[in-house]
Design a protein around this ligand. Structure first.
Ligand code: MN
Length: 317
């Protein structure tokens, strides 16, 4: 079955040295990840042909410029990374597409860079690696950015990044402070800031994409509604419930979760139009991800939506 994968990463020579997270203690594994992040011509294409991935939407691996302190440097690096990706996509437009890399240190610069990438390069949206210097995307300063996102009508993929600080809940437990749990907690909280803080109500046409089967949120819809109403001491109108905002504004991908129970739960919670296949290359094994989705206990109509039709609709491919 045709497959489009959209949480698939790369790096540039400029960003590779300082701005690539290292989520493994193994030198061997990390060397392999670095080799694959930098490759467009051999390993990646061979893997796509072997596993049956037709198209990869590529994004700068975490943190990229979300990890840059200086605004001018972030703007420069983001432009450089997008120019670099545009050249690779241009070489193989049938196999690669792009998500813009954005300097969220400056909301106006980020909006302009997104527009440049969509208009000049045909990129399909943006992927943002979490918070930037302690700032989250629901803050007022980002309103002009979301307005531009809505005008351009492209999705924003909210991907995990490093945390702004190290909360006490992870003290003396460094094994929790990474993709295994901290990144999930951070990214789910970031998405909920946009849901409960009003951003997705103010910009109702914005489409947010979360990876990792929705960072646990599809599992929690009923509880979010229940506790929000309890917190406010009032029943919410149906379209104001967190679950309604999430169902309207969020889509999720299967990246990094090759497990039938959460897949079925996500499809049930969000609807069959809002779950999209992805791998999380090169951190996950594409063969495992492809075998999983081909054999998952869902009907073939739904499988086609997950594997490619939802991506074609949401990304307008
Ligand atoms: Mn990823």
């Amino acid at each position: 079955m045709r497959k489009i994968a959209l949480e698939e990463h790369f790096t540039t020579p400029e960003l590779a040295e300082k701005y690539v997270a290292r989520p493994t203690q193994s030198d061997t594994l990390f060397a392999d990840v670095e080799r694959r992040l930098a490759d467009f011509d051999e390993l990646r294409l061979e893997m796509m042909d072997r596993t049956g991935i037709d198209l990869m939407v590529l994004s700068v691996t975490t943190p990229g410029v979300q990890g840059v302190k200086d605004t001018d440097e972030a703007v420069r690096h983001a432009r450089g990374a997008n120019d670099f990706l545009a050249r690779e996509v241009h070489k193989r437009p049938k196999r690669y597409a792009g998500f813009a890399h954005l300097p969220m240190q400056d909301a106006a610069a980020a909006a302009d860079e997104l527009e440049r990438c969509v208009r000049d390069f045909g990129f399909l949206g943006a992927l943002i690696n979490g918070q930037t210097n302690g700032h989250y995307l629901d803050e007022d300063c980002y309103a002009p950015f979301w307005e531009r996102v809505q005008d351009l009508d492209v999705p924003v993929y909210l991907h995990p990044g490093s945390m702004a600080d190290h909360p006490a809940m992870f003290a003396h437990r460094p094994e929790l402070d990474g993709p295994i749990w901290a990144w999930t907690a951070e990214t789910a909280a970031h998405a909920l800031r946009l849901v409960l803080g009003g951003t997705l109500t103010r910009f109702p046409k914005v489409r947010l994409i979360l990876g990792h089967m929705g960072e646990t949120l599809p599992f929690l819809l009923w509880r979010l509604d229940s506790r929000r109403a309890f917190d406010l001491g009032a029943e919410l109108a149906p379209d104001e419930r967190p679950s309604a905002i999430i169902k309207r504004s969020l889509a999720v991908t299967t990246s990094g979760v090759c497990d039938a129970a959460p897949l079925v739960a996500a499809l049930h919670a969000l609807g069959e139009d809002n779950v999209l296949f992805s791998v999380d290359y090169p951190y996950e094994d594409p063969q495992v991800a492809c075998d999983f989705i081909e054999a998952a206990p869902i009907g073939d109509e739904v499988r086609a939506k997950v594997c490619h039709r939802n991506a074609e609709r949401i990304l307008r491919i």
